[in-house]
Design a protein around this ligand. Structure first.
Ligand SMILES: [Zn+2]
Length: 103
C-alpha cells in the first residue's frame, strides 16, 4: 500500500497567558460567568482564562493559561494544550525548506 506524509503547513501560534494580547481571544472578565471556580483541566482560577469566540451559535473555546493559540492558514483559530503542541510542532524560520515542498 502507498504511504503518505502530511504536507507541512506554516501557521502562527502564541503561548497564551492572561496578559497576552490576541485579537481572537477575549479575557474571562469580558464574559458574564463567575471567575472564582477552578478549571478542571489546568486547576487554575476561571478568571485567568480566555475564550476564542467562533461566532454564530458555536460555543466559544476556552483557553487555559499556557495553551497555544493557533491561527490556521484557513483563518480558523484554535487552542492547543502545550503538551500536544510541543509534540507535533516545531518553530519555523522564514526561508527554511519545507520537507514535503510542492503543494
Ligand atoms: Zn484551565
Amino acid at each position: 500500500m502507498p504511504k503518505y506524509i502530511l504536507k507541512p503547513i506554516v501557521f502562527e501560534a502564541v503561548q497564551w497567558t492572561p496578559t497576552t494580547k490576541h485579537e481572537a481571544v477575549t479575557l474571562h472578565a469580558m464574559h458574564r460567568v463567575a471567575g472564582g471556580n477552578i478549571c478542571q483541566e489546568c486547576h487554575q482560577f476561571d478568571r485567568l482564562h480566555g475564550f476564542i469566540d467562533h461566532g454564530g451559535n458555536t460555543k466559544p473555546t476556552r483557553v487555559c493559561p499556557g495553551d497555544y493559540v493557533v491561527t490556521h492558514p484557513n483563518g480558523g483559530v484554535y487552542a492547543c494544550k502545550p503538551e500536544d503542541f510541543e509534540k507535533t510542532c516545531v518553530p519555523y524560520e522564514e526561508g527554511t525548506a519545507l520537507m514535503a515542498g510542492k503543494s
